[in-house]
Design a protein around this ligand. Structure first.
Ligand code: TYD
Ligand code: MG
Length: 493
């Protein structure tokens, strides 16, 4: 066996250190150094491939390999059509999210409808466990081959025997290359196996899909080189207690990384969700205080989500704030703006904010809905059920337009919403939707909650969790929000 020595490698930047330290000397990340086995002595350089002449770039345009549809629409949407022959895809995700289920369904669908031959190698579960799952999923197709194997050379031997078009390996952390002198899942093993799989995929024109485990922080476990050498990195996400699963590409050499695939996990495995907005709003009860619908964007896909807030007065010195589905830092910022720019006294109130349905929103387009939901709960004034709110809240209390507002408004109109609260520069509304342009958060609150425009009395201000309403709105924006126009509808609730 080759002689090896142990070095310490940063899982973030890949830099090597001779000794363990608490942080990486190259990128300053803390706690990222992990032991790694490397060959002792000077690495020898293998034979060089024959040199290739340079050509004018226009001549290099080739009709690259066409993707082969997996025929699972939500997967094909993310991959931009399907799996490209000869490419290597890593599917990352937390344990139990449904990676094995998804890949078994993809394998079965490719066998059944694209006539592909698929070899599914399970390195973690037994063949009978996988077969039992396949039976449950209705995936017992004769073109789908199964093997329980952990040794990389044996896996390649199986590929020689079965001659599949697609190889699935579940997972790369459980695979071992005996020529690498360390245990399965180590950085050296993952790196070594990844290099071999990539070379084999290119050589044979074989499509390889491997499962990759993720770290606590959500990144792929193992060396960064894993992400560099493969063609596509997919991540499969979902909240543990919800059925919703999201598939997205974080790297894709054959297309964009802006599409998101949505699935629901059920008894029959994963089912695509073609109309997520309708799903997220299915059990909504319009007109409850503290709830506001926001059109958000996940990649290029517009989704309507319901933002909910509950504000509870408390005497606790440090009132609780919980954020589910929205970033807690972003929530703190919106609360600070509500307090300082709109005069809402929130420092003596617990604030809970959640996005219904297990969706995680990572963009500022939801700010306005969060602010309105909090203010609605605090003041016990509902926002009308047919209104959506869309915009970023600036630290000055101003509202700013977000990326692709037109798409978001189209989605709101499609689902029957009648009015959208948007920043002043927002595009024209699609048919059936009226846009209400609001320059500031104060103005949006007054408009959406039909609030009084004079501050409440001093005694009210001293109550914990009460609202100190902003003393009026800027004169030039009074007509823009048409607060008066809306008042009759809102007063009823
Ligand atoms: P699995 O695919 O094993 O997850 P991973 O490979 O990412 O660890 O799926 C795990 C969960 O999915 C498990 O808790 C059971 C659930 N599940 C269903 O709800 N329905 C199904 O049809 C299947 C196959 C799994
Ligand atoms: Mg699994």
């Amino acid at each position: 066996m080759n002689r090896t020595r142990t070095v310490y490698r940063c899982t973030d930047c890949g830099a090597e250190a001779p000794k363990w330290t608490g942080w990486c000397g190259a990128c300053a990340a803390s706690g990222t150094l992990e032991p790694d086995e490397v060959a002792a002595g000077r690495a020898s350089v293998g034979p060089l491939a024959p040199s290739v002449p340079a050509v004018p770039i226009a001549e290099a345009v080739a009709g690259g390999a066409e993707p082969i549809p997996t025929t699972i629409a939500e997967v094909d949407r993310v991959l931009g059509g399907g799996l490209v022959p000869g490419s290597v895809v890593v599917l990352g995700g937390e344990p139990g999210v449904g990676k094995s289920t998804l890949l078994l369904q993809v394998a079965a669908a490719m066998v059944a409808t694209s006539g592909q031959r698929v070899l599914y190698v399970t390195a973690e579960e037994s063949a009978s466990q996988v077969a039992a799952r396949a039976e449950r999923l209705g995936a017992l197709d004769p073109g789908l081959w199964l093997a329980a194997e952990t040794a990389l050379p044996h896996v390649l031997g199986l590929v020689d025997d079965v001659r599949p078009d697609v190889l699935v390996v579940d997972s790369i952390q459980a695979l071992v290359d005996p020529t690498v002198g360390s245990s399965a899942g180590s950085m050296a093993q993952v790196r070594g196996c990844a290099h071999v799989l990539v070379a084999e995929a290119k050589r044979r024109g074989l499509t390889i899909v491997v499962v990759g485990h993720v770290t606590k922080e959500g990144g792929l476990a193992g060396p960064k080189v894993l992400e560099h050498v493969v063609d596509t990195v997919l991540s499969f996400e979902g909240e543990r207690h919800h059925a919703l699963r999201l598939l997205r590409a974080t790297k894709h050499r054959f297309g964009g990384t802006h599409e998101v695939g949505l699935f629901e996990m059920g008894d029959g495995g994963l089912r695509g969700v073609p109309d997520p907005s309708a799903l997220f709003l299915a059990d909504r009860q319009p007109g409850i205080t503290g709830t506001v619908v926001a059109p958000v964007l996940d990649g290029h896909r517009p989704l309507l989500v319901e933002v909910q807030a509950l504000v509870v007065p408390t005497q606790a010195p440090f009132p609780r704030r919980t954020a589910q589905g929205v970033d807690s830092g972003r929530l703190a910022q919106v609360l600070a703006v509500l307090e300082r720019r709109a005069g809402l006294l929130l420092s003596r109130a617990e604030v809970h904010v959640a996005v219904a349905g297990g969706v995680r929103v990572r963009e500022p387009g939801v700010d306005l809905a969060v602010a309105l939901a909090v203010a609605s709960s605090l003041t016990e004034r509902p926002v009308a059920g047919d209104v959506v709110a869309c915009g970023e809240v600036g630290l000055g209390g101003e509202l700013r337009q977000v990326h692709r507002t037109d798409r978001r408004l189209n989605e709101a109109a499609r689902l029957g919403f009648r009015e959208a609260l948007v920043p002043p520069s927002a595009p024209e509304a699609p048919e059936g939707l009226r846009v209400v342009r609001t320059p500031s958060l104060c103005h949006a609150l007054t408009t959406a909650l039909n609030a009084p425009q004079t501050p409440p009395s001093v005694s009210e201000m001293s109550e914990p969790g009460t609202v100190r309403w902003p003393g009026g709105i800027p004169a030039q924006s009074r007509d823009v929000g048409r607060a008066g126009h809306r008042s009759s509808r809102h007063r009823s609730a």
